[in-house]
Design a protein around this ligand. Structure first.
Ligand code: NAI
Length: 258
């Protein structure tokens, strides 16, 4: 008979970046509802504190910290504070993100957009992992999930800074999974497809519908919770033999040709 592995994150502590909106917020809520201690972090302390208060009002365990993921010193402070506040850290969700469209021949803006994309979307991931590692090493069920994008697997014209940074996230995920596997730390990556969040709020409903109908198998945009539940699944103690993977949660976008 095999070992019985837990399907619960109850009592585990999870840190989510970019938790004020979209998939980060949904992820924080899903973990809190499952009984985890949730550390919500984002640029605005007020935004995450408001969500944390709502969760606490439901009897759930949540606290908020302001964290700009491109601030190297801030990362160390917040990660250590979170671990001290909840008495450890088990799960890290690297989710914070920005759009970074720019045509390759836009000499005026390209370098700045590239640098910002890499700082927020890729460099931040390794820095937060490095800050979290001393704490994760004390966990009985250490998990890291990086949020990349289907733009890491395919590409959209004029989106090369974003696409390159997100492809970097998939490489970083594999490399860290291999390096940290001997310690039982799993590192996986989710590639969301088109999801209804603030990031896609500029796209009109009509354009969303047309795109989703033409490109996804399910013919619709996804909602943040549909990504959050897959993230949760990768963080269960029972998800102990999956690492180094890149999982599209994209309504079948990557599977579909016509
Ligand atoms: P969103 O715009 O709703 O949320 C992103 C959050 O990240 C915001 O709360 C924002 O304040 C925060 N953030 C931005 N820069 C930050 C920084 N420097 N430090 C800390 N927090 C920062 O967007 P969404 O869609 O929920 O994005 C979540 C992740 O999913 C991002 O990594 C994004 O690239 C990725 N993604 C989104 C897709 C979509 O269709 N919405 C598709 C594929 C990937």
């Amino acid at each position: 008979m095999g070992v019985k592995l837990s399907r619960s994150v109850k009592g585990l502590t999870v840190l989510v970046t970019g938790a004020a909106s979209g998939m980060g917020k949904a992820t924080a809520e899903v973990f809190a509802e499952e009984g985890a201690n949730v550390a919500l972090t984002d640029l605005s302390a007020e935004a995450v504190e408001c969500i944390a208060q709502e969760l606490r009002a439901k009897g759930l365990s949540a606290a908020a910290w302001a964290l700009d993921v491109s601030d190297q010193i801030g990362i160390r402070q917040v990660v250590d504070d979170v671990a001290m506040h909840f008495g450890g850290l088990d799960v890290l969700i690297n989710n914070a993100g920005i759009s970074a469209f720019c045509p390759i021949d836009d000499d005026e803006h390209y370098d700045a957009i590239w640098d910002r994309a890499f700082a927020v979307l890729l460099t931040a991931h390794q820095r937060i992992v490095r800050a979290a590692l001393p704490h994760l090493r004390h966990s009985a069920s250490p998990r890291i999930v990086n949020i990349a994008s289907t733009e890491a697997l395919g590409a959209t014209s004029r989106d090369s800074p974003y696409s390159a940074a997100k492809a970097g996230v998939t490489g970083l995920t594999r490399a860290l999974a291999v390096e940290l596997g001997k310690e039982g730390i799993t590192v996986n990556c989710i590639c969301p497809g088109p999801i209804d969040t603030n990031m896609t709020a500029d796209v009109s409903d009509a354009d969303k519908q047309t795109f989703a109908h033409r490109r996804t198998a399910l013919r619709r945009y996804g909602i943040p919770e549909e990504v959050a539940h897959i993230t949760l699944s990768l963080c269960l103690p029972a998800a102990s033999y999956i690492t180094g993977t890149t999982i599209p949660v994209d309504g079948g976008l990557m599977a579909r040709n016509f």
